[in-house]
Design a protein around this ligand. Structure first.
Ligand code: ZN
Length: 392
């Protein structure tokens, strides 16, 4: 079913109505009484807030059993998440991934395009192509979220310090809005992935957890008391260069024994390829070597597991997190890194800390794009752009 053309978008609702929608999205159907309790409002004010939402068809009363009249106070209110569509995009150094998802984060369609270079013109062109491809009708998309590496606040407009694209201070949201007419928000990619994991992924219902990603880099998203942390300047989660050993290889920044020196895909493949005199070892080939019992490969993966375990233990020591979710395209290493990881967690965990649940969340880049779509929806529900400026 499509949203009727005159039905309000989520971002056009007032703050109280947005709070109701947010609560229904996270909790599922709730009675007015339960909504009042959760939002700390009176039942009368909840009735007043939800009336226009029901009239506009944004929320409906769960079908009453036969014989019962509608409008009974205990009838749960349901939000039809499928009426609200968002696009999410993840930009890597060689490809752009995009999904169309509804307000609950359920993916309806996806597409991706290779990048021939990482210049602004190329990346913007490919994003616009994907937006056009995934937009079912003009005006049907409420917001576009773009996840990419860099230092960005929770809902940002400008790409800062993206080492993979070599971009700094690029006003990408404005450029895309001008070209597509769709409100656009940017988010640091590990944080966007974390938002998706929390909204409707393996973190749903968990109030405190971290998402630790391994791949081309080492990324971190942290959720404390239901909130994805960004920090005052968007710099939460810079743990990739944490020192985890007194010896070991050098990372791209020249640190000996930092997490990136052990964990990035490049570190792993070079660590295995170089001693074998091979330059063609990718992660799959590295895993195959380890599968076949290659000693170099087994040692490199064990060291990577150790680095991962130290990071996990430090996170848990500092923040008391009960769960750490592992993700990223480098996660295939876990088959040979798990033993080293578990040993390092046990070794580095504070004696009074509780061992965390460690969950491996295997997912492709579509999951990162889905997270960016969730960020776009959250933007509309938390801090939507104002269409008309406040009168002075
Ligand atoms: Zn480093």
């Amino acid at each position: 079913m499509q949203r009727s053309a005159d039905a309000p978008t989520l971002g056009s609702l007032g703050p109280s109505a947005r709070a109701v929608v947010r609560t229904l999205l996270l909790a599922g159907p709730l009675s007015r009484a339960e909504l009042a309790r959760r939002l700390e409002r009176s039942p009368a004010s909840i009735t007043k807030i939800t009336q226009p939402l029901v009239a506009d068809g944004l929320i409906s009363e769960d079908t009453a059993p036969p014989g019962e009249s509608r409008g009974r106070p205990g009838a749960p209110l349901v939000l039809d998440a499928a009426l609200h569509l968002f696009l999410g995009v993840k930009v890597t150094a060689d490809e752009v991934y995009a999904v169309r998802a509804d307000a609950s984060g359920r993916v309806e369609a996806s597409a991706h395009r290779p990048l021939v270079d990482v210049g602004q013109a190329t990346v913007v062109r490919e994003i616009i192509e994907l937006v056009n491809e995934l937009t079912p009708a003009p005006g049907s998309i409420q917001a576009l979220g773009v996840g990419l590496a860099g230092q960005m606040s929770r809902f940002d407009r400008t790409v800062r310090a993206n080492a993979y694209l070599g971009w700094d201070r690029v006003p990408l949201a404005e450029i895309l809005e001008r070209a597509t007419g769709i409100p656009t928000v940017l988010s640091e990619d590990a944080r966007a992935l974390t938002a998706g994991v929390q909204w409707s992924g393996p973190g749903r219902g968990m109030r405190d957890f971290a998402v630790l990603t391994v791949g081309v880099g080492v990324g971190l998203g942290v959720v404390i008391e239901d909130r994805v942390l960004a920090g005052p300047t968007g710099k939460v989660g810079r743990i990739g260069h944490t020192r985890v050993s007194d010896s070991g290889p050098l990372c791209s920044q020249g640190h000996r024994g930092c997490a990136s020196a052990f964990l990035t895909t490049r570190s792993v493949t070079q660590g295995i390829g170089v001693p074998h005199g091979r330059s063609d070892v990718d992660l799959d080939a590295a895993i195959e070597l380890a599968d076949a019992g290659d000693e170099v490969a087994l040692r490199v993966f064990d060291d990577a597991g150790h680095a991962l375990g130290v990071l996990i233990a430090q996170l848990v020591n500092m923040l008391g997190l009960p769960a750490v979710i592992l993700a990223g395209d480098g996660l295939g290493m876990l088959a040979h890194a798990r033993t080293g990881m578990e040993a390092a967690i046990a070794e580095h965990l504070d004696p009074n800390a509780t061992a965390p649940e460690v969950v491996a969340f295997t997912s492709g880049f579509d999951e990162w794009a889905r997270g960016a779509a969730v960020v776009a929806c959250q933007w509309m529900l938390v801090d939507p752009p104002r269409s008309d400026p406040d009168p002075a």
